[in-house]
Design a protein around this ligand. Sequence first.
Ligand code: SF4
Length: 358
Amino acid sequence: MKYNDIRRSTTEVKIGNIAIGGNNPIAIQSMTNTDTHDKAATFEQISSLERIGCDIVRITVPDREAVDTIYYLKEKGISIPIVADIHFDYKIALESAAAGIDKIRINPGNIGDDSRVHEICKVCNQKNIPIRIGVNSGSLEKEILAKHGAPTPEALCESAFYHAALLEKFDFNNIVISIKASNPYNMIKANRLLASSCKYPLHLGVTEAGSKTMGSCKSAVGIGSLLCDGIGDTVRVSLTDSPLEEIYAAQNIFNAVGIEGQCGMDIVSCPTCGRTKIDLISLVADFEEKAKAEGIINIPIKVAIMGCVVNGPGEAKEADIGIAGGKGEAVLIKKGKIIEKISEDSIVDRLISEIKKL
Ligand code: SF4
């Protein structure tokens, strides 16, 4: 079955030069962690993110000075869409729109009276700038929290619809919604509920997910489960780590779900056992790091790195390229055929050079 066959049908939203929702590819997002006022550092980080497959980047815009960075980034030719993360100050949203921002993340219920919401809707409608409503279990409206007693999936959905209604009142429908929670179970339930009750594209993420290890795991459960349901149009893996790691983690989730055309490199490796006679654990770690450094980790191929010739050749047959370890050496397997024996210390470099030739 093709992944698009199970995808939830949604409205289509244009964000700069890409579109999300409908049958468009699921976009991978990240957020800069540089000081937005530091224009050069922010530019550098976005450029690095773009190089490794980030589709949309969000920057925090806490004040008027930070809006200058939007002008700077646009002048410098950042081509991936930039999203301004704005809290409370509607004037910064208007100034960001004037500076050429591609999407605004703001919750209309937090910016004051109707006239302010109306003003934002007017400008964003004129410029075709979408707005993402971002509901977070940690910052739910007091009244909704009191009604539900806890940030339940129902409470999170009610908050999302409350904010959406404020925009819809002014004929604004260029909306993306996200509901995030640090608990993947709540996040999954809330998004399933939301998906069954609206047609807007959804941005998925587990918030405050933790370190690279824990955060990737929680995100794989939260984001991955929803993607398996066909739900989700953009994703962000939130990690207490470099934003670049968020992109790699998202690509790994796409790989695991099997989203055609959007997977990066699928590295298959065995868990090692008493038969393993090469340092497979280091080999796989080194290979992954080098593949990132060489910029080939996004190539959608399957690479098998197996410990021995018992299961190795079988697994490697299914892969585009692979090795099966022996004692201090390995056999190199390409498209199911054993090519030659190579020494253990040349495995990583050889795999890299062979992949570049594929
Ligand atoms: Fe052990 Fe070989 Fe299986 Fe790896 S592939 S776990 S070394 S039997």
